[in-house]
Design a protein around this ligand. Sequence first.
Ligand SMILES: NC(=O)C1=CN([C@@H]2O[C@H](COP(=O)(O)OP(=O)(O)OC[C@H]3O[C@@H](n4cnc5c(N)ncnc54)[C@H](O)[C@@H]3O)[C@@H](O)[C@H]2O)C=CC1
Ligand SMILES: O=C(O)[C@H]1O[C@H](OP(=O)(O)OP(=O)(O)OC[C@H]2O[C@@H](n3ccc(=O)[nH]c3=O)[C@H](O)[C@@H]2O)[C@H](O)[C@@H](O)[C@@H]1O
Length: 464
Amino acid sequence: MKVKNICCIGAGYVGGPTMAVIAAKCPDIDVHVVDLNEQRIAAWNDVNLDNLPIYEPGLSDIVAQARGRNLIFSTNVDQAIQEADMIFISVNTPTKTYGIGKGMAADLKYIELCARQIARVATSNKIIVEKSTLPVRTAEALKSILSSSGNGVKFQVLSNPEFLAEGTAIQDLLQPDRVLIGGERTLEGEEAIQALHDVYNNWITTERILLTNVWSSELSKLTANAFLAQRVSSINSLSALCEATEADVDEVARAIGQDSRIGPKFLKSSVGFGGSCFQKDILNLVYLCQTYGLNEVADYWHQVIKMNDYQKRRFAQKIISTLYNTVNGKKIVLLGWAFKKDTNDTRESAAIYVADYLLSEQAEIVVYDPKVTQEQVYADLDYLNTRSEERNRSLVTVAKNYEDLFKDAHAVAVMTEWDEFKTIDWSKVYIDMLKPAFIFDGRAILDMQALEGIGFTGFAIGKG
Ligand SMILES: NC(=O)C1=CN([C@@H]2O[C@H](COP(=O)(O)OP(=O)(O)OC[C@H]3O[C@@H](n4cnc5c(N)ncnc54)[C@H](O)[C@@H]3O)[C@@H](O)[C@H]2O)C=CC1
Ligand SMILES: O=C(O)[C@H]1O[C@H](OP(=O)(O)OP(=O)(O)OC[C@H]2O[C@@H](n3ccc(=O)[nH]c3=O)[C@H](O)[C@@H]2O)[C@H](O)[C@@H](O)[C@@H]1O
């Protein structure tokens, strides 16, 4: 079967870029991306490509290439479902905030709503592709809902998890390490797998397209994120030991990373990992293990999150103890609020939690991030519900630029590894600050020796 018409439900960080790349690489396939969020769809359709709803290097070029030719963004979900022979489900799967599994399990209500809508609207056979990150065996529930419509329409459910990282999404989609497709190993299942394989094969070689069964594919996505986050927590756990023993965590990472069995990537110690998925997906994995009675396995993976929480707390405590055990009324400048550089995404960013600890000690925080808005900073703090919205606004200021940023500050802390922080004129900053002037580098990106030469009292994560 040759796919002619694709529908993607969910025009977010994954659905938008993924479909834009498919449309650009497969000009003979019509790609229809739909979402309930009218504002988001309007932004995808904006003539000014600077107004696309998400920022990713290279995205606007890809959208410009395909939009209006074979790439359509709309809110007409029913029509897109009816016309498609393949439907990607790319909706959000956040951690549940209520009921059984609260705070741990993935909330699958959006996925289920999609399945019910497809079952209600479809009048011809379709291949359903799980693009969202889902607990293992979700395809079973999807199949059960889809097959209950009773109108004779047949569905094949495939798992095709996405491995892109924010900030490098387009590069990751154009040249992925691998594409993973899981399907039923029946005749119809194999046909569906082949159809999706052929879509990707327009630009990705067969060797990089891995075929497997549905359950292995679903579980591989959670596993990949768990392994990546585990590496960060592993190196972060050792950053604490390095600080206690005068070892240097970057030197340790370099030494172990040269071992080809370990490899050099994802070994940069930090103030803690953030982003919308690592924590959510590991909690989901932990919950799954608990559900199957595998408590030791659950505890093992839960430790990755606990270590991350410890790292954020440890950094905040380091600031407090260094500032003579009180930050009450002291001005502390946080450089960076996004969860990593080159994105304006702040979901689960370590900066939010470090700020929250310091605010509970009644510090006065000034935040500067080149891409994050003031409204976003306040929204992130209000979401934690630690103190009133008024109190957050009275204790936190968001600076738009460097003007007077460091004036009379007691301390500066680097939270995000933005390149521009490396080229700040630190001698000038030193003059502006109160003395002793403290600097805390949560990403270990600054030249601490040079800073101490200027007169700063410095601390960098993982440096003894
Ligand atoms: N953000 C990332 O970098 C990555 C995310 N993922 C996974 O991909 C999935 C989607 O993530 P994001 O794109 O970040 O989420 P997102 O929140 O940016 O986008 C999801 C979109 O789905 C829409 N939606 C929800 N229910 C709908 C419905 N019934 N009909 C139509 N539209 C509906 C929402 O309005 C929203 O615009 C999640 O499962 C996530 O874990 C996987 C790899 C990378
Ligand atoms: O499922 C997802 O959502 C995605 O999650 C991550 O991508 P992302 O969260 O966008 O960004 P990463 O580059 O993985 O960084 C995550 C966090 O770890 C931190 N990190 C990363 C690497 C490192 O060495 N040290 C470190 O502290 C980053 O600063 C950031 O806060 C994965 O890398 C993607 O493969 C996956 O598809």
